[in-house]
Ligand binder design. Structure first.
Ligand code: 13P
Length: 288
């Protein structure tokens, strides 16, 4: 059954581990992630960006696919279907389409407008039984055309947004979407500690840009109150690598190796393995 992300993240924060948000792009992605999480009994948040939602024929198609797959695969772990970096309109579309969680990314607005829109969406999401994530301080890198500067959030602004009743908060601490540049300075744990002090012990914090952050920094972030870590690019990279190796080995030319069920299999299996690695690192295996 699809659930809101609130309970799983409150539990993660109290238990000092993090729940993964794995972003989905299609049926294979969804299936691999669900099977991996079921195998190691981890709760999971399926992230859908607006671009990925459009690619999958709209949010209603996504909800129908995820709900049906959850049932037909016999998934028993808690699964939240979550809008990633949602616009104001996108949030309303996902509430209507049956998502169980949304993120409103108002980080590009002036703080007053971010507060005003977040407040309204908190009420709308909670009324419909969804959890809601908000963002302060843009995340760096590029995702679906949204380009951030990798800034560190202002703890005072974090408190203002947290006090609106959001269920979990994304706050920039030097993290970047996609592959980290060679000269990246690492996460700012100073900022993270200040944010935690400002928002209090009960607010699960979200770390975006989970791809490529060194393991020791991931663990330290979890110890400082991060309870949700988003991973997207890394699954794309392992899928592409496994698919390339299959084709470069000429496997698609042997027998019926061009059959999509065979062609996409190595990539799909690579996603399962990568998810299990992240779950072990985040400490959420067996927590479902
Ligand atoms: P990566 O693509 O860097 O893993 O970031 C994912 C993310 O933060 C989705 O919101």
């Amino acid at each position: 059954m699809l659930v809101s992300a609130k309970e799983m993240l409150d539990k993660a924060l109290a238990g000092h581990y993090a729940v993964p948000q794995f972003n989905i792009n299609n049926l294979e992605w969804t299936k691999s992630i669900l099977l991996a999480c079921e195998e190691v009994k981890s709760p999971v948040i399926l992230g859908v960006s607006e671009g990925a939602g459009k690619y999958m024929c709209g949010f209603e198609t996504v909800t129908a696919m995820v709900k049906a797959m959850d049932k037909s695969l016999g998934i028993t772990v808690p699964v939240a279907l979550h809008l990633d970096h949602g616009s104001y309109d996108g949030c309303y579309s996902c509430i209507k389409a049956g998502f169980t969680s949304i993120m409103f990314d108002g980080s590009h607005f002036a703080i007053e407008e971010n507060i005003e829109k977040t407040k309204e969406l908190v009420a709308a999401a909670h009324k419909a039984g969804l959890s809601i994530e908000a963002e302060v301080g843009a995340i760096g890198g590029e995702e679906d055309g949204v380009i951030g500067m990798g800034e560190c959030a202002d703890p005072e602004e974090c408190k203002k947004i947290a006090d609106l009743g959001v269920d979990f908060l994304a706050a920039g601490i030097g993290n970047i979407h996609g592959i980290y540049p060679e000269n990246w300075k690492g996460l700012s744990f100073e900022t993270l500690a200040e944010i935690k002090k400002a928002v209090g012990d009960k607010m699960p914090l979200v770390l975006h840009g989970g791809t490529g952050i060194p393991d020791d920094q991931i663990k330290k972030a979890i110890s400082l109150g991060v309870a949700k870590i988003n991973v997207n690019t890394e699954l794309q990279l392992v899928f592409a690598k496994a698919t390339r190796e299959y084709i470069e080995a000429g496997e698609d030319k042997k027998g019926k190796g061009f059959d999509p069920r065979k062609l996409l299999k190595p990539g799909a299996e690579a996603i399962v393995e990568e998810c299990k690695k992240k779950i072990a690192l985040f400490g959420c295996g067996g927590k479902a």
